[in-house]
Design a protein around this ligand. Structure first.
Ligand code: SF4
Length: 345
């Protein structure tokens, strides 16, 4: 069952020099219980796409066109209050920096218990001062919400969750804080978790553990996950399907195995050639020359053309359409030099 459908989404930021089209006609779907990767360099528009999906695009940015349907209902037609409810309930988010998302004045257990209470609609309200919350929550350590908080900490692999639930965020390591954020996000039992660079600040070992846990949690709670990262190794380890994004557009989409064994778009090939892989150690990594273009009135039809080793003159003039490529029918790439031989440049 499809739970999220993004259709022809355009998100624009006005600037004194013109409009930045950070998301430029993106289509994307997520099925129930699926982990979908969104990968690309920084500046490719991934985070703006995530913000557009969950309705938190920073002003003056605005979704100008397209639709985001969650369980078949348009999120763009919801009021701010309805969207706030959805974000606290059926859609949760995890960001790169857990310190900015955790309240330093409440213990980790109190914060997760509060999320559980709010989700169960028996909460004490988010606007209470920390002292008051602590008294209420501290007095209710036998409560269902506190027990659920400990269960969630255990589910994300926090050792001795009974005692660690009473620790403050600064008493947790970076990896444990990120797990606590995931525990908090999953404590509302969301249908969809949007995780934006959830492991970027962590060392490789902790990163691998957290990705393992995300996969296990997906199985346990049947949560769908949109995993946003610049790191192809992360999506290779974790995702069922992958979307590669470049300069505001999706340029390739495929099941994860297929994408890594048979990358087709020159940008994806460049990303792979520049990414170290645990299963294929190489010392000849090749960075992609140049930078993501300034997204104000990109003057060439294929946004990747100035960096593409295969570019021809027509690539600057004719926008590339999606074409079936590779072994799998679900594998598509937006490149004029791919697809059926009769269609290639
Ligand atoms: S359309 Fe042309 S420039 Fe764009 S990726 Fe394909 S070959 Fe490269």
């Amino acid at each position: 069952m499809t739970i999220l459908e993004v259709e022809n989404l355009h998100t624009v930021f006005p600037t004194p020099r013109g409009e930045v089209e950070a998301v430029d006609g993106v289509d994307l779907t997520i099925e129930s219980g699926e982990i979908v990767g969104l990968v690309g360099e920084s500046g490719s528009g991934k985070s703006v796409l995530a913000d557009s999906i969950v309705g938190i695009v920073e002003e003056p940015g605005e979704v100008m066109e397209g639709d985001v349907r969650f369980h078949g209902e348009s999120l763009l037609e919801k009021t701010d209050a309805e969207m706030a409810d959805i974000r606290g309930g059926s859609i949760s988010m995890v960001f790169q920096d857990p310190m900015n998302s955790l309240n330093p004045t409440l213990t980790v257990g109190e914060q997760i218990a509060e999320t559980v209470r709010l989700h169960q609609d028996v909460g004490e309200g988010v606007s209470l001062p920390a002292e008051v919350k602590r008294k209420i929550l501290g007095a209710s350590k036998n409560s269902e919400a506190w027990r659920k908080a400990i269960e969630m900490l255990e589910a994300v692999g926090i050792p001795e969750p009974d005692s660690r639930a009473s620790d403050y965020p600064h008493e947790f390591s970076g990896g444990m804080r990120q797990r606590a954020m995931i525990a908090m996000a999953l404590s509302c039992e969301p249908d969809l978790l949007v995780a934006d660079e959830p492991t970027t600040a962590l060392d490789v070992t902790i990163q691998a553990q957290i990705l393992d846990e995300l996969r296990a949690l997906k199985e346990e709670f049947d949560t769908s996950i949109l995993l946003i990262t610049h790191d192809l190794a992360v999506v290779a380890e974790t995702c069922d399907r992958v979307n590669v994004m470049y300069a505001g557009k999706i340029v390739e989409r495929a099941p994860a195995d297929e994408l890594f064994s048979n990358p087709q778009h020159p940008y994806t090939q460049g990303l792979l050639a520049s990414t170290p892989r645990l299963d294929d150690p190489r010392d000849d990594l090749q960075p992609i020359e140049g930078n993501v273009p300034d997204l104000i009135d990109v003057p060439y039809a294929c946004h990747f053309a100035p960096r593409c080793p295969e570019a021809e003159r027509e690539c600057y003039e004719r926008p590339p359409d999606f074409r079936e490529v590779g072994e799998e029918t679900e594998h598509v790439a937006a490149c004029l030099r791919r697809g059926p031989p009769e269609e290639q440049l």
